[in-house]
Ligand binder design. Structure first.
Ligand SMILES: [Zn+2]
Length: 95
């Protein structure tokens, strides 16, 4: 079991947002991994806060989920201008 005290706050916040989004929609980990072009292990590690995505991958997760990047970390607050940058990932794009 992971020692949650050793996981930075930002990692935990993103992990919680991703878990809530995916589970709330009943999207299998396998499907999300395939659609984003990452391994299931990578998505799972992000959802557990054990790893943290690079900036461009944060943008991709934002586009995929429709969640502004800032809302990953401050859910429930009004998103900043970054919401306007949301774009859809290209299907099959290699990341
Ligand atoms: Zn923002």
């Amino acid at each position: 079991m992971t020692d949650s005290a050793s996981i930075p706050t930002a990692h935990r916040a993103l992990a919680r947002s991703l878990r809530r989004w995916r589970r709330g929609r009943g999207i299998p980990l396998k499907r999300m991994a395939a659609e984003l072009g990452f391994s299931m292990a990578t998505i799972h590690a992000w959802e557990q806060g054990r790893r943290f995505p690079a900036g461009r991958h944060l943008d991709l997760l934002s586009a995929y989920t429709g969640i502004p990047v800032c809302a990953f970390f401050y859910p429930g607050r009004n998103p900043c201008d970054c919401a306007a940058r949301l774009t859809r990932p290209r299907p099959g794009a290699r990341l």
